[in-house]
Design a protein around this ligand. Structure first.
Ligand code: GLY
Length: 264
């Protein structure tokens, strides 16, 4: 049986409670630092409240302590209007996280499952309207991008692969702000010039690279706390800003987009 979005699901966000094992999460390009689990839970609560403050309904999946990274639901699926592509993640220890998310999404959408050797993580998919820029990274391979393209292309999406080096995901280093503007760390600028021409870019200094992951929703941009100049640059575009403390997720190699899937 297939399920189609009726419109009621618009404005639905999915997040997941933090596993007790989160301090042992996957890390690739950074050193492990002690994670304060209680503080992480407080920061997730503030994130949920921010989404609710924007009028989203937030469904909170229970934690699954077998999977330290399970709160990073973004990586488990790519949402294409009435179809969810359930990913096969490049971090093999994370495969299994998808099950609860797939079950939840199947209430509302058709679900298509990626299988190995294809691998892709949602953090590598930057969706801007009908354009999907997909990081070819240590977590997302060519086969994963081809699989996504095969599902997305008939649905009117244009898929462009963007090579990502020395960053976990594409959205670790570039995200959408609004209008024609993206925000990006210096390390990805050469690829933007080659693969994402036509966008205005807020270019971040090296010390602000962590601010490249923002979440733009309904005219408000959620930004990580601690980068006032970046907040000001975004505000100058006429967008509202909501700063959120993310210290315990930064230690886990994650940012604002990683913590939710949004049906909008
Ligand atoms: N800790 C985020 C990830 O490696 O997937």
């Amino acid at each position: 049986m297939t399920h189609k979005l009726t419109g009621k699901e618009k404005g639905q966000a999915i997040v997941r409670e933090i596993s007790d094992t989160y301090p042992e999460c996957s890390l690739q390009y950074q050193k492990r630092e002690p994670i304060n689990l209680e503080l992480a839970k407080i920061q997730l609560r503030a994130y949920i409240e921010a989404l609710e403050g924007l009028g989203l309904r937030v469904l909170i999946l229970p934690a699954d302590h077998r999977f330290p990274d399970a709160c990073f639901v973004e990586d488990t699926a790519v949402l294409l209007e009435d179809t969810a592509v359930i990913t096969w993640m490049g971090a093999q220890t994370r495969n299994g996280e998808q099950e609860a998310v797939a079950e939840c999404l199947a209430q509302w959408m058709d679900v298509v499952r990626m299988m190995p050797p294809a691998q892709l993580e949602g953090g590598d998919v930057l969706k801007i309207g009908k354009y999907l820029f997909v990081g070819e990274s240590s977590r997302t391979n060519r086969e994963g991008i081809e699989f996504l393209n095969a599902v997305a292309c008939p649905r009117g999406y244009h898929v462009t692969a963007v090579p990502v080096r020395r960053a976990l995901h594409l959205k670790t280093v570039v995200t959408y702000v609004g209008g024609e503007t993206v925000i990006a760390a210096a390390s990805i600028l050469p690829q933007l010039k080659q693969y994402m021409r036509g966008f205005s870019v807020i270019e971040l200094l090296e010390e602000c690279a962590c601010a490249a992951n923002v979440l733009s929703l309904r005219g408000t941009v959620l930004v990580p706390k601690g980068y006032p100049q970046v907040s000001q640059q975004i505000a100058e575009l006429g967008l509202a800003i909501k700063e959120l403390e993310l210290s315990e997720f930064k230690k886990g190699g994650a940012g604002l987009t990683c913590l939710s899937l949004i049906l909008d």
